[in-house]
Every structure is written in structure tokens, then in C-alpha cells.
Design a protein around this ligand. Sequence first.
Ligand SMILES: NC(=O)c1ccc[n+]([C@@H]2O[C@H](COP(=O)([O-])OP(=O)(O)OC[C@H]3O[C@@H](n4cnc5c(N)ncnc54)[C@H](O)[C@@H]3O)[C@@H](O)[C@H]2O)c1
Length: 438
Amino acid sequence: MAKPIVDIKEPKGKLGVLLPGMGAVATTFVAGVESIRRDLAKPFGSLTQMGTIRLGKRTDNRSPLIKDFVPLADLADLEFGGWDIYEDNCYDAAVNAGVLRKENLDPIKDFLGTIRPMSAVFDTRYVKKLDGPNKKKGSNWYELAEQVKSDMESFKRDNDIDRLVMIWCGSTEVYTTPKPVHETIKAFEEGLKKNDPSIAPSMVYAYAAISSGIPYANGAPNLTADIPALVELAREMHVPICGKDFKTGQTLMKTIISPGLKARLLGLNGWFSTNILGNRDGEVLDDPESFKTKEMSKLSVLDTILQPQLYPDLYGDFYHKVRINYYPPRGDNKEGWDNIDIFGWLGYPMQIKIDFLCRDSILAAPIVLDLALFLDFAKRADLSGIQEWLSFYFKSPQCAPELYPEHDLFIQLMKLKNYLRHIMGEELITHLGYEYYE
Ligand SMILES: NC(=O)c1ccc[n+]([C@@H]2O[C@H](COP(=O)([O-])OP(=O)(O)OC[C@H]3O[C@@H](n4cnc5c(N)ncnc54)[C@H](O)[C@@H]3O)[C@@H](O)[C@H]2O)c1
């Protein structure tokens, strides 16, 4: 048995999963975990629960489940809490989100009904299409961050919880770029006290978590913890962080298809992506400023995978467009169309059409579960700062400023598994394979 390269504390006691934003994704996640715990469902889509990892040579026949290889918290030990501007409990919010059918929700109504959102840190300047009654009051951001911290402490105490993680499942905030107030911890803390308008509500939650030593993941494309001040704070406080924007739906498809095109040196003239969706997320994204945040996140993927600077003849001049249209009748069941104009031998054009009738929150929920478990694992292994090995889960993976993010799903998966092998003291798998032929 290999020995881990670091001390990893055992996942003893309960793990509290804190969710700022208890809408479609968060409630689908919580309902799914409870259904799995009651043996009413299987954890489809979750790498931590269903994925295996090969160890050693192909001839060794060692491919344990990931959850049997790394010490992850057991689903039985998860507790859920969170914040929202609406007062609906988790059952009502799930019914309202319209993702899961009544026949799936009713058997766990007793459980979901007990989870009530705490009052939110919210500002309509950052999410223009929504407003609700369940909001905190305070004279500045710093005071509000203190209130979030005290919420977390009470949640931990009242539920006899050992450890916490926070995963942002709140709405997409308006597009912002880093400002001087985001540069250092000192500037940021002063900004909190002075109510700096460049600090977003999501940053207040992230600050409250990181400064309390709680791992943080960002499921939306907002800047949030992707600023030097919070990255530095995460390192100082030994807190693992990751983001941004869960990789589901159309972008998931993009990062599956485009590495294949590049692998076979097929050129790209254009990629037109359009979506219709009718959930609350779609309504928020109907605001051009929130859409801009999402658009930037979705657009960056192709450039980094296709590397036009290395392949100017193939990818030097492609047209890339992403549209999202709010269309209420469709609810959470998004439809995403992609028209891809490619070219091959002698420049002959070809087309690929994708029509993905997907369910956004069904794709996102297992990501929330995996991130909660992996971040808790990272914290117990004392890994701190940006966890690039978790890029697999994100549209805009957070990475060191001098690097470009890795978007290719297959490289991301290889990286994640090799990272686990590395931490657990197992040999890395390079796929060289020469030893079988010696
Ligand atoms: N569903 C997916 O596949 C997917 C993929 C990638 C990213 N995301 C992102 O995940 C987030 C959640 O998506 P969703 O479909 O659950 O949306 P949703 O609108 O159903 O839920 C978001 C919830 O966040 C709440 N909220 C907004 N600001 C808040 C704040 N400051 N504090 C507390 N609560 C707040 C809203 O009231 C709402 O209930 C969105 O930002 C979305 O863009 C979703």
C-alpha cells in the first residue's frame, strides 16, 4: 500500500455544505444526495461516487473507486445550509425551480422542508433582475461579512458539525474586472469597511468563508475569489479555493468536441452557439451585464483549447459567437444548438450540428457534490490556495495569473487523477506503456 505524501486527517464527524444561493442547482444537489442516502437513486454523474482510478500497470488490475482510494467524507455525514433572498424552504424552492418531479421530491419532503435559507447579503446593483425579502441589514460590507461568519458558527454548533465547505450557487452577478481594492488583503478589508462599490456580495461570502478557514468554490462566472486579495488570504489561512462557473451543458460539449478536432488537425471557420432556457438563471442572464459575465466565461474556452497562436492556419481566424435567450416555457430544460463549420484536407468544408436537450441542474448537481467532497479532502490534506486539479469542473478554471487555464476535459481529468495519485503516493500514469513491450 502506497503512503500519502502528506498527512491527511480522517474525515471524522459531519461535513456541513454551505450554499449561498438555494435555487435550482442547490436544491437539485441537496434533493439528490438525500435520495441517494435513502437508496432511492444512484449518484449518476458524480466522479467521487462512481468514478474509478487505475493504479499501477494495466496488468495489475487495480482500479478502485475514487472514494475508496482517497479518504472522502461519507454522504451520510453531509449536512446542508445556505442563504437566499427568498424565504422558501428547500422543498418549496425545489418545486419552484421545476427541475425535479413531484414523485422525486415528495418522498423526501420531510427532509427538504427543514432546510431554510438564512438571510442573504444582496445588492440589486449586482443582480438586477431579482429582489427578495430575506436580506441582511448592516452599515457596511464588513459588518455583513461578520454576520455571515456568525451564521456559519451557529449552523456548525446547532448541527454538531465538524467541518464546513462553501459552494457559491447564487445568481450570476454583473460583469466586473479587478480593481485596486481587490489587489491586497489590506486594501480589500479597508474596502469592506468603506462599503466599496467594487466589492460584490459574492465576495463578502467568499471573504467570510476564507477568513474563517473554510474552503470555497465558485459555481458562477463572477470574479468573486479570483482576485489577488482573496487568493493571498486563502494561502495565508491554508484554505483551498477553486472556480469559476460549473462546466455543464454547451460548454461541456465544447470542451469534449474541440480537443477531438484539434487532435485530428481539422480546421475551424466558425462556431455558433445559441441556447434557450427559462429558469431563474435564464431570467438573470437576460440582463446584458450578467450575460456579459457568462459570455466571457463561455468564450474563453475555444481559444485556449485550439491555441490559434500555435496553429494559425487551422484556428487563426475562426468566428465564435455565444447567445443565451430567456424563453420561459422551457424552464430548466435548456436546449443548446451548436453549428460548427470545420474544414479538412484541401480545405474542403464540413459541418457539425449539435442539438443538446439538456437539463442544466441535473448536470450541475453532481459537480457540487464532488467539489464539496474534494475541497474537504484538500483541506484535511492541508492543500491551500487555488486547486487547479479541480479545473475539470469549471468553464473558467481559476489558475495562477501567469498561466493559461487548462480547458480540455480529457487533460483536466488526467490531471485530476494524477493529482490524486500524487497525493496518495501512487505512481503517476503517463500512458507511455513501453514497459509492456520490453
Ligand atoms: N445549472 C447549471 O448548469 C449551471 C452551470 C454553470 C453555472 N451555473 C451558475 O450557478 C448559479 C446557480 O444557478 P441556478 O440555475 O441554481 O440559478 P437559480 O436562479 O435557480 O438560483 C440562484 C439563487 O441564488 C439566489 N441569490 C442570488 N444572489 C444571492 C446572494 N447574494 N445571496 C444569496 N442568494 C442569492 C437567488 O435568489 C436564486 O434563488 C448561477 O450563477 C448559474 O449561472 C449554473
